[in-house]
Design a binder for this molecule. Structure first.
Ligand SMILES: [Zn+2]
Length: 201
């Protein structure tokens, strides 16, 4: 007698949910069972999924999400500086930087970071379109606002090599002391970077 399992459609849904980042088999199973407990939980989710696939796409220029038939609020804003491009890994980073209110130039979403272990190569990222934009806009500066982990560093170094022939300023976000942090709460690497990234007061 074959081992008992969920009906195949349920198994397929669990497998789909399991493939999402950050979800293991147990949490995928729990989530699907929760959805199935009440018929009213599935339809709104299906509607939302359908909406994002039919009504939302990434902007050709910056890579941030826009609704169909609308202009990108970032690329088409006359208030934004057109000669400075901030490069980020993910669309969510655009929102974080915007909320900081510290930047008023253009953005460029890479769509990830270089990671040989995960088979992410330069071809998988929006690097060619970055170079095209730098030329088209005759940009004066590119800020590499990528992470300071190993993959982020590798990505920044690769982008710097690619951008150097364009003869523009390439900068990275400063690293160091967290706002409101005391020295004894900061790890040695952060302290090292903070010391190197010091500025005159
Ligand atoms: Zn855009």
């Amino acid at each position: 007698m074959p081992a008992l399992d969920y009906p195949p459609p349920l198994q397929r849904l669990i497998a789909q949910i399991k493939s999402l980042p950050g979800l293991g088999p147990r949490s995928a199973e729990r989530l699907v069972l929760w959805l199935m407990q009440d018929g009213g939980r599935v339809e709104p989710l299906v509607d939302a999924l359908r909406d994002v696939t039919t009504r939302v796409h990434a902007c050709d220029q910056c890579g941030f999400f826009i609704e169909h038939d609308t202009d990108c609020a970032l690329c088409h804003s006359p208030k934004r500086q057109q000669k400075i491009i901030c490069v980020v890994e993910q669309a969510a980073d655009v929102l974080r930087l915007e909320r900081s209110g510290a930047f008023s130039g253009l953005y460029h979403v890479l769509g990830g970071k270089l990671s040989p272990l995960d088979n992410v190569t330069p071809q998988d990222l929006r690097i060619d379109s970055l170079i095209d934009r730098v030329r088209q806009l005759q940009a004066e500066e590119v800020i590499l606002a990528v992470g300071s982990d190993v993959e982020g560093e590798a990505t920044a170094s690769y982008l710097n090599d690619m951008l150097r022939p364009e003869g523009i300023a390439v900068s990275r976000l400063a690293q160091g002391m967290p706002a409101g942090g005391a020295l004894d709460h900061v790890d040695e690497l952060t302290l090292y970077q903070a010391l190197h990234g010091r500025r005159r007061v």
